[in-house]
Design a protein around this ligand. Structure first.
Ligand SMILES: Nc1ncnc2c1ncn2[C@@H]1O[C@H](COP(=O)(O)OP(=O)(O)OP(=O)(O)O)[C@@H](O)[C@H]1O
Length: 292
C-alpha cells in the first residue's frame, strides 16, 4: 500500500503542462468512445471491462502475484482488441449517430411544415392503432428516426405512400398479402410493409408477467434494440397497444398516451423531458400491471 502511495506522489511531483495535455488527450479519447457507445449493448460490456481492469490492476499492484500478473498482461490486450470486433455494428451505429447529430445541429433547423407533417403522421398512426386495437387486428409499425432501416425495408414490399389511417388499416387487415410483418415509416411516408424485423434476444418479455408475448412483440423490442426507431405494436390477442424504444416496452397505452409519447419523442429540444416522460410512463405502467 505504501508503495502505491509513493508511486502516486512520485507521479504528481512530475506533472507538467505537457503531461496534463497528454492526460487530457487520453481522457478525450475515452470520452468520445463512451459517447459513441452510449445507449448500446457495448456500453455495458465496456463498463464491465473497465471495472475488471481497475480491479486487476489494484490487485496485482497490492499483492505480488507474478504468474497471475503475466496472465493478465498477455490476455488483456487481446480482450481489448476483441471488443471492436464483437461490437462492430453498435460502434458503426454510434459513429453514424455522432456524425448525424453534428450535421443536424448545424444544418437542420426544423421548419413549421416539417413539424406539421410529423404531427399528421403521428395522428394517422394513433388513429389507426386505436381502430386496430378495437378490432383486435395485430400490427407492428416502426417509426424510423436517425438510424437508417434500409436493411429491413429491403425484406418487405416497397410502398412509398402517404401515412393515412385507412392505408394502415388496409395493410394490417387479417389474411391480406401485406398484413404479416412490420410497416416502416420514414420521413412521413410508409416506405415498406411486410418487413421482417430483428427479434429481441434480451429476454425482457420472458421475464415479464405476460409470458404470452410472442414474435410480434419480440420484433418490436428487437427493432428498438437494433436502432433508435420507435416501434408501435397492437396485439392481435388482446388489442393492447404498446411502444418499444431503446430496448424497453411501455404497455397498455390508450390513444392519448400513445400520441403524447410519440409527440414527445419528436421534440428535439426536449430530449431530457422525453426520457423523463417515458421513464415516468414506464414506471406508472409497472405500478398498474398487478391490477390487470
Ligand atoms: N421478425 C418479425 N418481424 C416483423 N413481424 C413479425 C416478425 N415475427 C413475427 N411477426 C409478426 O407477428 C405475427 C405473430 O405474432 P405472435 O402471435 O407470435 O406475436 P405476439 O407478440 O403474441 O402478438 P399478438 O398479441 O398480436 O398475438 C406474425 O404473423 C407476423 O405478422
Amino acid at each position: 500500500m505504501a508503495d502505491l502511495l509513493n508511486e502516486i506522489i512520485f507521479i504528481f511531483q512530475r506533472l507538467t503542462w505537457l503531461s496534463l495535455l497528454d492526460l487530457a488527450l487520453v481522457t478525450l479519447v475515452f470520452f468520445v468512445i463512451l459517447m459513441v457507445l452510449r445507449d448500446t449493448q457495448a456500453n455495458v460490456l465496456m463498463r464491465g471491462v473497465v471495472l475488471v481492469v481497475i480491479f486487476l490492476t489494484v490487485l496485482t499492484s497490492l499483492v505480488n502475484l507474478p504468474a497471475f500478473s503475466w496472465l493478465i498482461k498477455t490476455t488483456l490486450p487481446a480482450l481489448l482488441l476483441a471488443i471492436p470486433v464483437i461490437f462492430a455494428p453498435e460502434i458503426r451505429r454510434g459513429l453514424e449517430r455522432l456524425g448525424r447529430a453534428g450535421y443536424s445541429n448545424l444544418f437542420n433547423r426544423r421548419d413549421e411544415a416539417a413539424v406539421q407533417a410529423m404531427q399528421q403522421t403521428i395522428k394517422a398512426v394513433v388513429t389507426a392503432c386505436a381502430r386496430l386495437s378495437a378490432r383486435q387486428h395485430g400490427a407492428l409499425i416502426i417509426l424510423q428516426r436517425a438510424d437508417g432501416l434500409q436493411e429491413y425495408v429491403r425484406t418487405g414490399v416497397h410502398l412509398s405512400a402517404r401515412v393515412t389511417p385507412e392505408l394502415l388499416l388496409q395493410i394490417f387487415y387479417p389474411n391480406t398479402p401485406l398484413h404479416d410483418g412490420a410497416v416502416i415509416i420514414a420521413d412521413n411516408r410508409i416506405v415498406a410493409a411486410a418487413c421482417v424485423m430483428p427479434l429481441s434476444s434480451s429476454g425482457i418479455l420472458n421475464r415479464s408477467p405476460e409470458r404470452q408475448m410472442g414474435l410480434r412483440h419480440r420484433a418490436a423490442l428487437g427493432s428498438s434494440e437494433a436502432s433508435d426507431a420507435i416501434s408501435v405494436v397492437v396485439s392481435e390477442q388482446t388489442g393492447a397497444i404498446s411502444i418499444a424504444h431503446n430496448g424497453r416496452m411501455i404497455r397498455r397505452l390508450d390513444s392519448e398516451r400513445l400520441e403524447n409519447i410519440l409527440l414527445a419523442f419528436y421534440q428535439p429540444s426536449e430530449e431530457q423531458g422525453v426520457s423523463l416522460f417515458v421513464r415516468i410512463s414506464h414506471w406508472l405502467d409497472f405500478l398498474r400491471r398487478p391490477e390487470d
